[in-house]
Ligand binder design. Structure first.
Ligand SMILES: *[C@@H]1O[C@H](CO)[C@@H](O)[C@H](O)[C@H]1NC(C)=O
Ligand SMILES: *[C@@H]1O[C@H](CO)[C@@H](O)[C@H](O)[C@H]1NC(C)=O
Ligand SMILES: *[C@@H]1O[C@H](CO)[C@@H](O)[C@H](O)[C@H]1NC(C)=O
Ligand SMILES: *[C@@H]1O[C@H](CO)[C@@H](O)[C@H](O)[C@H]1NC(C)=O
Ligand SMILES: *[C@@H]1O[C@H](CO)[C@@H](O)[C@H](O)[C@H]1NC(C)=O
Ligand SMILES: *[C@@H]1O[C@H](CO)[C@@H](O)[C@H](O)[C@H]1NC(C)=O
Ligand SMILES: *[C@@H]1O[C@H](CO)[C@@H](O)[C@H](O)[C@H]1NC(C)=O
Ligand SMILES: *[C@@H]1O[C@H](CO)[C@@H](O)[C@H](O)[C@H]1NC(C)=O
Ligand SMILES: *[C@@H]1O[C@H](CO)[C@@H](O)[C@H](O)[C@H]1NC(C)=O
Ligand SMILES: *[C@@H]1O[C@H](CO)[C@@H](O)[C@H](O)[C@H]1NC(C)=O
Ligand SMILES: *[C@@H]1O[C@H](CO)[C@@H](O)[C@H](O)[C@H]1NC(C)=O
Ligand SMILES: *[C@@H]1O[C@H](CO)[C@@H](O)[C@H](O)[C@H]1NC(C)=O
Ligand SMILES: [Zn+2]
Length: 668
């Protein structure tokens, strides 16, 4: 299913694709014919990685694909598998599993916007089977063939990559700047690092990584991805569909029967009982953390996602998964008993019953033992932003944000750095021998870009960079730096850039929108960054330039007269004054009285001194959207050389899994 979120939900969730209704409608992504194989043609596998196969045979009842006389799908279809030109074998005997039972269902889809507007969905009947929990061990090409309807056939050419089962890294730390692009990194560097005559005196921590690559983010059936889809690619090596976590999306209604693919966290735990850490500044059921253990076609199944962190895949398991060592983030509404939690259960208690230490604020987090598994949930919904925690702390005093579900406020929240270093301390203490895999996500780069709150987004990015810096020095201090592959990347971009500066004093003084635009300075009028101020208390005679923000690397002034002229390429209607939003995260567009509920217009209390920028997105959009751009990949440590150049997002999985020695060329 695809999501349309109303204002309230968007506020809570922040980063959802509010306009995820498809323009190019497809009967089933990846399946242009009436016979479907998932994983589809061109899928790549790690040797020994578990996965499910789904085959579907479709009979269109009406619409453009109708075949006269064919209204019941063939139920006598066969799936065969042939390795590298060998004789095809029936799938069940190839994998030595019993023949699956036949399933049938119906679904409907719209062929285009006209069909949608007229509410004339096309109907399809389906016959299907699922081969669960199989694996391919020998590298090479495999042809899966679905024969159906008297001579029709669908082929899938699968590649099991030739990856040696040799472990080169003891640990992996994977940082994901959600939605982070090179343009945002460039802007963050500009406002936080001093330069003299165009030459930077210091740089970002990620700038110091020896290897830089670019990953292409587009997905199986759409070129713009969401975070679920791309996280699936990064963690499993399989491209998927918008809103899908750790599965290929099939056409059935239930969101838990889709064919699953094993994730890097699951394989790492299955093979080594290695430590797994999951840290995010989002609500922890959000897509990027969720995709490490959840397997559902619907990222909105938040309660089930939390259950999967603790219990693995319920009712179906390929590991004796026993939960991550560390799970830190927001999203308390899926933990305390109530509507948000799985089956209404108390998940703080569920974790505690499995011997997790449960912490709910930074003070207790810092005091807690490094030797036990730890669940840290610090707020309802997404965690507070760096800018609010550090510059405008009064904005944290919002009732009902306390992680215990009370009316209280969550004022004692850790930042990404505090969570990540604590996670490393626990993982290091518990997994001295077998190593660890830690994923740490700066989630609100994306969330704040969605709502056009560029300053908050850049603050989150700088916090990520500060976290990376602290991580490298912590790893060095415990002697693990050389054995740890540290990778920094994103899951997709947003069309953000900086085009000049804005004289906000002049802009605020003008009455007319067209005059206000005269405050925008481009080219030679873009000036220099005003976000850093010299340390006036520096000793006389010392080099002021070197004392600018030394060791801090955040702006010292978020509200200068000359601000960045910055923005996104896809917007809802909104107003811009290019000034920091001091009272809390921005809400650029509202559904206002007199319009439909899903018709969003300029939020009349946002950026009031600015000028109106008419949107280009559908009017149902209340926020910006993801974009096509390749995103950067910074690496240092064992296997770093594999991550230079331009490659697909799935290659990150194969690079990480290969470096950790996770392939198995024979049945364990
Ligand atoms: C805006 O939309 C929300 C739900 O999407 C609805 O509850 C609310 O009434 C709408 N507001 C107006 C002014 O239409
Ligand atoms: C099913 O297919 C097999 C061979 O593919 C054939 O022998 C058999 O007669 C078919 N059965 C039906 C009911 O069509
Ligand atoms: C097939 O599976 C069965 C039981 O699951 C097992 O007894 C048998 O040894 C397996 N055969 C092969 C060739 O792996
Ligand atoms: C599918 O639709 C057909 C015709 O509308 C109906 O007869 C049949 O029962 C449906 N099958 C399922 C599995 O819902
Ligand atoms: C298909 O049939 C259903 C049921 O009669 C109808 O509601 C729908 O509009 C039809 N779709 C098309 C594309 O004709
Ligand atoms: C399958 O793909 C591989 C790699 O792209 C290619 O070498 C091979 O020829 C393909 N096999 C078939 C039967 O198309
Ligand atoms: C697993 O099965 C149990 C019992 O049938 C059911 O209560 C539970 O909801 C299922 N869990 C999931 C995630 O589907
Ligand atoms: C929790 O710890 C206790 C005491 O060490 C132990 O007996 C028990 O088996 C543990 N439970 C789980 C689920 O690990
Ligand atoms: C932090 O959590 C502890 C234990 O739940 C609680 O006693 C304390 O009051 C909390 N501190 C703050 C500042 O919320
Ligand atoms: C909840 O907190 C708000 C603001 O702190 C306060 O106005 C309100 O009275 C409180 N409600 C309850 C039921 O305590
Ligand atoms: C880590 O590697 C560097 C470069 O190879 C080397 O100089 C350094 O001594 C190593 N440190 C440790 C703790 O092994
Ligand atoms: C924005 O669009 C509206 C029509 O929707 C138009 O009336 C208005 O002039 C436009 N404003 C600007 C600043 O382009
Ligand atoms: Zn994302």
């Amino acid at each position: 299913m695809r999501f349309h979120l109303g204002l309230k939900a968007a506020l809570a969730v922040g980063a959802f694709c509010a306009q995820c209704t498809a323009q190019t409608y497809q009967r089933l992504g990846s399946c242009p014919t009436l016979g479907c194989i998932l994983p589809p043609d061109q899928a790549d596998f790690l040797p020994g990685q578990y996965f499910d196969i789904r085959v579907e045979v479709h009979a269109p009842l009406n619409g453009s694909e109708v075949i006269p006389g064919y209204t019941n799908p063939d139920t006598n279809f066969t799936l065969t598998i042939a390795r590298d030109g060998q004789t095809p074998k029936a799938a069940a005997s190839f994998f030595n599993v019993s023949e699956p039972t036949l399933e049938t269902w119906n679904f409907t889809w719209y062929e285009d916007l006209f069909a949608k507007a007229a509410n004339t969905p096309s109907q399809v009947r389906v016959a299907a089977k699922a081969y669960r929990h199989v694996a391919l061990y020998q590298p090479g090409n495999y042809i899966a063939t679905l024969n159906y309807r008297n001579g029709s056939a669908t082929y899938a050419n699968w590649t099991v990559r030739d990856i040696a089962p040799t472990r080169k890294a003891k640990n992996v730390v994977m940082f994901i700047g959600d939605g982070m692009t090179t343009n945002m990194i460039t802007a963050a560097r500009l406002i936080a690092h001093h330069q003299i005559n165009g030459k930077y005196q210091s740089k970002l921590a990620m700038d110091s990584f020896p290897v830089l690559g670019h990953q292409m983010t587009h997905s199986l059936d759409s070129y713009i991805t969401d975070s679920a889809n791309s996280a699936t690619a990064l963690y499993t090596g399989h491209k998927s569909t918008v809103n899908a976590l750790g599965v290929y999306a099939d056409s059935s209604k239930t969101s838990f029967d889709d064919p699953k693919v094993e994730t890097i966290a699951e394989i790492f735990y299955r093979l080594y009982k290695g430590g797994v850490g999951i840290v995010s500044t989002a609500f922890i059921a959000d897509a990027t953390p969720a995709a490490l253990t959840a397997h559902t076609r619907d990222r909105g199944q938040y309660g089930a996602v939390i259950d999967s962190f603790l219990n693995g895949i319920t009712n179906y398991t390929w590991t004796n998964w026993s939960g991550p060592d560390v799970l830190f983030g927001g999203g308390a509404e899926q933990f305390y008993p109530g509507k948000g939690s799985f089956q209404g259960k108390d998940y703080y208690a569920e974790f505690a019953n499995k011997n997790y230490t449960v912490v709910q604020n930074n003070t207790i987090l810092q005091k807690s033992s490094n030797s036990s598994k730890t669940l840290g949930i610090f707020s309802v919904s997404n965690m507070a932003k760096w800018l609010d925690r550090n510059v405008y702390p009064d904005n944290l005093k919002i009732a009902k944000t306390a992680p215990d579900g009370s009316n209280g406020t969550a004022t004692d929240q850790p930042g990404l750095k505090e969570m990540t270093i604590k996670a490393l301390e626990i993982l290091h203490t518990r997994h001295q021998q077998d190593g660890f895999f830690l994923m740490s996500e700066a989630a609100s780069i994306d969330k704040q870009m969605h709502t056009l709150d560029y300053d908050r987004a850049l603050g989150e990015l700088l916090e990520l960079d500060d976290t990376i810096k602290a991580t490298l020095s912590y790893l060095e201090s415990i002697g693990e730096l050389n054995d740890t592959l540290v990778l920094v990347t994103a899951d997709h971009g947003h069309g953000f850039d900086v085009m000049g500066n804005v004289d906000t004093k002049f802009l605020n003084a003008q009455k007319d929108d067209r005059d206000k635009r005269g405050a925008v300075g481009t080219y030679q009028n873009s000036g220099l960054s005003q976000y850093l101020v010299a340390n006036r208390s520096a000793p006389v005679g010392s080099d002021q330039n070197l004392i600018y923000n030394a060791g801090v690397n955040f702006p010292s002034n978020w509200d200068p007269r000359y601000t960045l002229y910055q923005g996104l390429t896809a917007n809802p209607d909104h107003r811009e004054n290019y000034q920091v939003h001091k009272t809390g995260p921005r809400l650029p567009a509202l559904n206002i009285t007199g319009f439909d509920n899903d018709d969003y217009y300029v939020n009349y209390v946002d950026a009031v001194t600015g000028f109106i920028v008419n949107g280009t997105l559908p009017v149902s959009a209340d926020q910006g959207v993801h974009s096509l751009t390749d995103v950067p990949v910074f690496t240092r440590g064992p296997c770093q050389e594999q991550f230079g150049g331009v490659y697909g997002n799935i290659d990150i999985f194969f690079g990480l899994a290969g470096c950790l020695g996770l392939s198995r060329t024979s049945h364990p």
